[in-house]
Design a protein around this ligand. Structure first.
Ligand code: PAF
Length: 282
């Protein structure tokens, strides 16, 4: 059965009141759900008896030239997919429910430092938009647990830092990236790829894997690995925003003996793809 949808705070509170004592796990999304999202919901099911999924395309996290208007809005298909994994409720707030005041006057949450590097440097304000909407969603849903995909690795760290700094009473869980059989990480933005671009897209995963394997074998020549990764992607027709090795806990410079992650963001045609591999995950 498709999960019911609530669109305002009163209906959300009424639906959640009887579930609070049992425990609620929450999966925030922007909809257009694929198997990667369903894996987050499946993880949430393991964490609490009730699972709430939000679907909201958040205008605050898109830059002026980005795909906010084009972002696919597929609520009924999403509900059908959520029926497959047994979500209990969809919260799909109206814009005025998420942002009761004009966006220019809305209070922002900013996680300094972490929000300004990598994707934050290429998408100014993006993580402020993410932190702001997630903080408000947390305050409305008040979940015990929340699940985020590790594909959006920097986002996961921004949320963890925000929750720690603001003492928000929720436990954050990262869930492994779900990949297509050829290695491409699942993403709503994959549908922007033409068939020809789609065939080239797995080069992103291959480049990350090559770097992560070299690190696992003991290489510490980060500059060389980054240059090789970038060159491999450019040879496949990507325009590379970054290809970099970082400390897996704070995205600072990597050092041996500490957990490391290789992260990349690159554009292929209309799609901007991001992906990462932790060295301890290969
Ligand atoms: O990862 C996403 O889909 C979004 O950034 C999120 C966390 C739902 C906030 O809008």
């Amino acid at each position: 059965m498709k999960p019911p949808v609530v669109r305002d705070c009163e209906a959300l509170d009424a639906a959640l009141a009887p579930w609070r004592s049992d425990g609620i796990a929450f999966v925030p999304t922007m909809g257009n759900l694929h198997d990667g999202h369903l894996a987050l919901v499946a993880r949430a099911r393991e964490l609490a008896p009730r699972v709430v999924v939000s679907i909201y395309v958040n205008p605050l996290q898109f830059g002026p030239q980005e795909d906010f208007a084009a972002y696919p809005r597929t609520l009924e298909e999403d509900r059908a997919r959520l029926a497959e994994v047994g979500a209990d409720l969809v919260f799909a707030p109206w814009d005025e429910v998420m942002y009761p005041r004009p966006l220019s006057e809305t209070t922002r949450v900013r996680v300094p430092g972490l929000s300004e590097i990598l994707c934050g440097a290429h998408r100014p304000g993006h993580f402020d938009g993410v932190a702001t909407v997630v903080a408000r969603l947390f305050n409305l849903v008040r979940p015990d647990h929340a699940v985020f995909g590790e594909k959006d690795y920097q986002q996961l760290l921004v949320i963890r830092r925000m929750v720690a700094d603001l003492a928000i009473p929720v436990r954050i869980h990262g869930a492994s990236t779900v990949r297509e059989p050829d290695g491409l990480a699942m993403s709503s933005r994959n549908q922007y790829l033409s068939p020809e671009e789609r065939a080239r897209a797995p080069a992103l995963y291959r480049a990350l894997r090559a770097a992560a394997e070299a690190l696992a074998r003991g290489s510490e020549d980060y500059g060389r690995l980054e240059a090789q990764g970038r060159a491999a992607l450019e040879a496949t027709g990507f325009r590379v925003d970054y290809f970099t090795v970082r400390d897996a806990d704070d995205l600072g410079p990597p050092s041996s003996g500490r957990p490391r992650v290789v992260l990349a963001a690159a554009r292929l045609g209309r799609a901007r793809l991001i992906d990462n591999l932790r060295v301890d995950a290969i």
